[in-house]
Design a protein around this ligand. Structure first.
Ligand SMILES: [Zn+2]
Ligand SMILES: [Zn+2]
Length: 106
């Protein structure tokens, strides 16, 4: 209550502490390319992915850090579920090996 900053950007989960992280979970992928005549501007415009992230404000305690990314509790749970079942994992591994082989042979 003493810190006015808490109310400008409170953590969306506990609503008590100040938000210092934002959820990095990608909610919409955008891999389209912007075409520009100027090559330099073209490179600049396409340098950063325009994927849209969740951006839920999180405090130090409510974030789930994974591979240097911050995840809100909702997306952290979702992330746990994105693991493929064993039989599909085998197919995934075969595909990855084939892709790696093709890169080596090119
Ligand atoms: Zn919090
Ligand atoms: Zn999130």
């Amino acid at each position: 209550m003493n810190d006015p900053g808490v109310f400008t950007e409170p953590c969306a989960i506990c609503r008590v502490r100040k938000a210092v992280r934002w959820c990095d979970y990608v909610i919409r992928y955008d891999r389209s390319i912007i075409f520009l005549r100027d090559y330099k501007k073209f490179v600049e415009a396409n340098e950063h992915p325009r994927d849209e992230t969740c951006d839920l404000p999180l405090c130090e305690k409510c974030t789930h850090e994974q591979n240097k990314a911050d995840l809100c509790p909702h997306h952290y749970k979702l992330q746990q579920k994105t693991e493929l079942p064993a039989d599909l994992k085998k197919a995934q591994l075969r595909a990855k090996m084939k892709i790696a082989q093709e890169i080596l042979n090119s």
